[in-house]
Structures are given as C-alpha cells and as structure tokens.
Ligand binder design. Structure first.
Ligand code: G3P
Ligand code: MG
Length: 324
C-alpha cells in the first residue's frame, strides 16, 4: 500500500511538469541525432520551411519515437492565425515551393511566391537563372493588377538578391501593386512578418540567419527609416504564449485533464533565443552544450536559471530528480 501511495504521488507530481525541447542543437544537429536526445515532450523550434506534418515525420524517424503535430511548434506555426487577416500574401523563403504548401495549410487564400513574380517579369531579377522546372511550377499573372496585402518571410531566402528586390519594391509600392510607387512609401507600407530572428542556426555548417538583418540594413539605407516589422519564433512572447497553449492541450491529451503544468522546463542551446525567452516567460531554463552555446559556467548575458548541462539527457535527469 505504501509503494502504491508513493507511486500515486509520483504520478501526481509528473502531471505537474512538462518539457519544451528545442530541436536544432539539442536533439539533432542537421540530420544527425544527438545520441542523448530520446526524450520527446513538446517541441519548440525556430526551424522552418516545411509543413508541420513532414517535419514531424522526419523528427519521428530521427528520434525513433512518434512525434505528433499537436506537440510540435516551428517558427511559422503561430502565423497560421494571420490567415484570418490577409488574403493575398507574398510568402518568401525555403526550398522549392514548400512554403507555399505551408501557407496553403494555414488557410491563406491567395499565395504568391517570388518565382511567380519572376516568371511574370524576369527583369525584376536580372541576374537570376530561371530553370525550366521553376518556370513550369510557377504561377505567373499580371502582378501590376494584384494587391499583395502582406509579406510573410517564412524561412531563410534561397536567393537573397531576388527576394530583397521584390520585397523592397512591394514595401514602397501603392497598395502592394508591383510596378507602382506609393505617394508616401513609409506611411503606406504593407506589413511584413518574419517567422524568426535567429542570428545563428546550428546546422552542420552554422549558417547565420542574416536575411532579415541584411534586409533591414538595406531598407534603412534606401528609405532613411527603420523597418517596422513583426518577428515570431523564440524568444518572442507571442510564440511562448502559443507554446503555453500547446502544452496545456498536449497535457490534456496525455492525462485527460486540462491543467497547465506549474513547472515547464525549456531545454535549449541558444541563450539568445531559447533561454532568454524561457526566462522571460517564467519557465525553468536549461542550457545545453550540444549546439550554439560553447561558453563557460553559464551564459553571461542570458544565464539559464536551472543550470547548464552537457546534453539534454543530463538536463532531463536533473529536472526529474528535482520534481519527482
Ligand atoms: O535558426 C533556425 C533553426 O535552425 C533553429 O532551430 O530548433 O534550435 O530552434 P532550433
Ligand atoms: Mg537550437
């Protein structure tokens, strides 16, 4: 009976905690599994560029554990809410037409990607080599008659020159019509959203996510003012709020009762995204050494409040020891 009581107590405590795992640099590095990473709960990644289902399938394979889309948030996932506000949008970034697919799944009605525009008027990207395959899969129309209502940068651009040109032209246009110039380009600017603001992406080659920073610098140089924009992803508050809701419904799915866990542990490798965001949101933060962070005892600017660990397994074990 005593053993049963102890077990029941443990179950009760376990219901009171949850983990939010960052992916790149914590569980995987590029397509490689970090060996200690087999502890799924909810996943909160600044990764992007593919539909949620495809990413969950890929992750399930790497982790050898099923990952449900209901426990998964990537940088542009919360942007699905914007489909209610905008009908015709320019979606930028990612490989091929995958971001068009993402936007379709989010419910955007009329999705334009840069290749559609290049296929309509190749002079917008004079140095661009447009392949036959790209031509065949693009959807050109007369964009001087289309009002693009907003720009969504879902993923890093694969062609900075073309994408920067198109975005710049659109931001200064009259009502998002290409080939026009607004009377007051600053005041009439259409909104622009970025799915995340990472400076460093821990892929196998540590590619910096410089598109937004580069574009902002160019916009300032051309217009003389700072670009007003909205950024999603970690460490933005909107993303942590969204994650909170996902944790609540995922816990309900697991335990059959709606209750927000009192102790959420964010395990991340990037102090400037995972840790600062988790700290601001009142979560316990665990910084691991398998990704971006390579420093000393703790990060100087954004120290993890629960501690620094060699890898995700050590972080999880320590959290479980404290909670259970
Ligand atoms: O910066 C984009 C991505 O590689 C970061 O992913 O999982 O570390 O948030 P994650
Ligand atoms: Mg990471």
């Amino acid at each position: 009976a005593q053993v049963q009581t102890i077990e029941a107590e443990k179950v009760k405590k376990a219901k009171n905690m949850a983990f939010a795992f960052d992916i790149d640099g914590v569980l995987v590095h590029g397509d490689r599994l970090i060996p200690e990473g087999k502890h799924p709960h909810i996943f909160l990644t600044n990764g992007s560029g593919k539909p949620e289902k495809a990413r969950c399938e890929q992750l399930s394979k790497i982790l050898k554990n099923p990952v449900n889309t209901e426990q998964f948030i990537q940088s542009h996932t919360p942007m699905s809410a914007l489909a209610e506000y905008y009908s015709t949008v320019l979606v930028v970034g990612g490989e091929g037409y995958k971001c068009r697919e993402v936007a379709e799944q989010y419910g955007f009605k009329d999705i334009v990607v840069p290749n559609d525009i290049v296929a309509w008027d190749p002079t917008i990207a004079p140095y661009r080599v447009f392949t036959e395959e790209e031509r065949a899969t693009s959807r050109p129309r007369d964009f001087s008659k289309v009002n693009i209502e907003a720009i969504m940068v879902f993923s890093d651009s694969r062609d900075y020159a073309t994408d920067m040109q198109i975005i710049m032209d659109l931001l200064r246009s009259e009502n998002g019509r290409l080939g026009t110039m607004a009377k007051d380009p600053i005041a009439q600017r259409i909104p622009i959203y970025f799915s995340q603001g990472d400076m460093l992406c821990p892929t196998e080659y540590w590619t910096p996510g410089t598109f937004r920073i580069g574009f902002e610098a160019m916009y300032r140089a051309v217009t003389g003012v700072d670009l007003e924009r909205v950024v999603y992803g970690k460490p933005e508050l909107a993303t942590y709020k969204y994650a909170d809701e996902v944790i609540t419904s995922w816990m309900e799915h697991l335990h059959g009762e709606e209750k927000l866990p009192e102790n959420v542990y964010m395990v991340g490798d990037n102090p400037a995204s995972d840790i600062i965001g988790g700290n601001m949101y009142g979560w316990n933060t665990c910084l691991v050494r398998t990704g971006v962070f390579q420093g000393g005892d703790n990060d100087e600017n954004n120290p993890a409040n629960f501690g620094v660990f060699p890898n995700v397994l050590e972080a999880v074990k320590t959290a479980l020891r404290k909670q259970l």
